[in-house]
Design a binder for this molecule. Structure first.
Ligand code: G6P
Length: 608
């Protein structure tokens, strides 16, 4: 999730200043490198934050228009060469991109054959060369941009500059947000309204498949087929912070709401549904070792550890690989027995959690093949492991992890197909998981659409001082994760428990003041969990059941029911975790806590 920002004006303002200032308010979208291009003054790039870019600007860096970018790497390490804006061979076409070009490999090969030279490892650079190629035929910047974008598969929010028409900037949108700002003799393009608001509150939101051509006094919007669109400007009265959160009150809610998109981004270009296969390019370099591997150990901390626990069930059932899951903090000190046929898989959103990193280092010392599922490209864990899979979930700002977990579970499902099809998984099972995975985003959407019901329940139970979460099999770990979400942002006692373990202790705590969240979706252990609900009700414990749509029976036993759509058992955790995240969010909000920054906790734990 990078940020783009572009400006063109004829009122004496220095585009360089306007752009740098605006980039700072987009920093929450990325922070590993930044760049700026003004046709009148050229390109400046830097690794790190906007302040570092500012320090590199030469004296007299001035222009009336330009484009800028803050990067959150997805393809290619966060180096200066990979920082945007990127250019074509002539050095006249420059662009800043937020998104992923899925067919960049094919395009890059084709353009290389045509004589184009590439400087970076990014997917983005192909776009500049593709426009250059079309410009040879079209002889017109706008028509060339349209023709090029028609060839692109994937997502983009784009700002494109052309040195020979410096007053003009082109914006384009497909799957990544783009807002136009309409000021007095000035126009803006940005990933969200936050860098624009200081200058104007008049905005136009682009839709997917649209491009806009801006000059200081005009903006024209077209469909990709060239057809013109008329759209009225809207006035927005958000402040900068609200704009960064997309209008949501907290990053945590915004990130939960991003769930469908996150699953799409994690899956993008990786599923071959017809063949029932998963393509994980990051693992290609160690394909032989992976084929020979006899066992896997998954390490992680916090939410990532719970993702690993669900992964264990997926991988053992469908890929037939013996899997153990460990907390990074335990693994590193306990002399584990490993060999080159052991895969040690780190799961980490940040890629910097010290205990997970040290577990990987310990694994390396003991000869294991080290792998990772990491969200932050170029992070230490991503760099130090032998191979890995990136989540592409975009930066997560809320301290309590939400969208990263949804993405980690999706990545583990892909890994299950990948490893399973090398081993015992049938093509039919591979196809079924692939098909169901593709349906997950819409199913999450339908859960999110009903979030006010969950809000109502959270308010109803917000006075509880304790909460029990029970689940079994694939949803065993999700019960622990649900409890973790509640305790970390609500500061109340919440406990996860395997539903089958209830009678070995936790049942003793139950009375009319001690509610339980029971994950009871229709799967192979549904009857067992339904019995546990009866046991709790017999002790007067209030129960919220998380059940599959269409199960009306459960409403007779439980006090309240949250319904989720049906999917296959293996993927049910991806859906079930979403209402639990929403429940924790609304519960903490009702208590008046700062859900994005819970007390005593940090987003990334880089100390022991
Ligand atoms: C911290 C965060 C959690 C996260 C855990 C692991 O405790 O608050 O949300 O799950 O670290 O972080 P990682 O970046 O390794 O996934």
């Amino acid at each position: 999730m990078c940020g783009i920002f572009a400006y063109t004006g004829n009122n004496g303002k220095n585009a360089g200043e306007v752009l740098l200032d605006g980039l700072s308010s987009l920093e929450y979208r990325g922070y590993d490198s930044a760049g700026i291009y003004l046709p009148e003054s050229g390109i400046v790039k830097s690794t790190g934050a906007v302040s570092q870019l500012r320090r590199k600007l030469p004296a007299g860096y001035f222009g009336k228009s330009g484009i800028a970018h803050i990067r959150w790497a997805t393809h290619g390490e966060p180096t200066e060469i990979n920082a945007h804006p990127h250019k074509d061979c002539s050095g006249n076409i420059w662009l800043a991109h937020n998104g992923i070009v899925e067919n960049y490999k094919e395009l890059r090969e084709k353009l290389t054959e045509l004589g184009h030279t590439f400087l970076s490892a990014t997917d983005t650079e192909v776009l500049a060369h593709l426009i250059e190629e079309h410009l040879k035929v079209e002889k017109d910047f706008e028509r060339a941009a349209l023709a090029a974008l028609r060839e692109v598969k994937g997502t983009y929010g784009l700002a494109i500059a052309y040195a020979l028409e410096p007053e003009k900037v082109i914006a384009a949108r497909m799957g990544s947000p783009v807002v136009l700002g309409l000021g007095e003799n000035e126009r803006f393009i940005a990933s969200d309204a936050s860098p624009i608001l200081k200058h104007t509150s008049q905005v136009v939101f682009l839709e997917d498949g649209e491009i806009a051509v801006i000059t200081p006094t005009k903006h024209d919007i077209f469909k990709l087929d060239g057809g013109r669109i008329e759209r009225k400007a809207e006035k927005i009265d958000w402040n900068v912070e609200a704009a960064q959160r997309g209008g949501y009150q907290h990053f945590m809610l915004k990130e939960i709401m991003e769930g469908p998109e996150v699953v799409e981004n994690t899956l993008r270009g990786r599923l071959l549904e017809k063949e029932g296969l998963a393509k994980l390019g990051g693992l290609e370099g160690v394909a032989d070792e992976i084929k020979k591997a006899e066992r896997m150990i998954i390490v992680g901390c916090g939410t990532a550890y719970y993702a690993g626990l669900t992964g264990e069930y997926m991988l053992e059932e469908h890929a037939g690989i013996p899997v153990e899951v460990e907390l990074g903090s335990e693994f590193r000190y306990r002399h584990p027995v490993l060999n080159p046929k052991t895969m040690l898989l780190a799961v980490s959103q940040s890629g910097e959690t010290l205990d997970t990193l040290e577990a990987i280092r310990e694994g390396k010392r003991r000869g294991a093949l080290t792998l990772s599922i990491v969200n932050t490209v170029g992070s230490t864990i991503a760099r130090e492991t032998d191979a890995g899979v990136y989540n592409h979930a975009g930066p997560e700002i809320g301290v309590a992890s939400t969208k990263a977990l949804v993405s980690q579970l999706t990545a583990l499902s892909l890994l299950t197909i990948f490893l399973g099809r090398q081993r015992r998984m049938s093509i039919e099972t591979g196809q079924e998981i692939a098909r169901e995975l593709q349906a997950i985003p819409d199913k999450i959407r339908s859960i999110l659409e009903r979030r006010t019901e969950i809000e109502r329940l959270a308010k109803k139970y917000a006075k509880a001082r304790d909460f029990l979460y029970i689940g079994r099999k694939y949803n065993y770990s999700i019960a622990f994760e649900g409890a973790l979400k509640l305790k970390e942002i609500s500061y109340i006692h919440a406990e996860g428990c395997g539903a089958g373990e209830m009678k070995h202790g936790p049942l003793a705590m139950i009375d009319e003041h001690f509610p339980t969240m029971a994950i009871a979706t229709s799967d192979s252990v549904y009857e067992k969990v339904a019995s546990n609900i009866q046991e709790i009700k017999a002790r007067k414990g209030p129960v919220i059941a998380l059940a599959t749509e269409g199960n009306h029976e459960i409403a007779k036993a439980a006090d309240d029911v949250i319904y989720v759509p049906k999917t296959i058992e293996m993927l049910s955790p991806i859906l079930n975790v979403v209402p639990l995240q929403l429940f924790a969010y609304y519960f903490a909000k009702e208590k008046g806590y700062n859900v994005d920054r819970p007390r005593n906790l940090a987003k990334s734990v880089t100390v022991e």
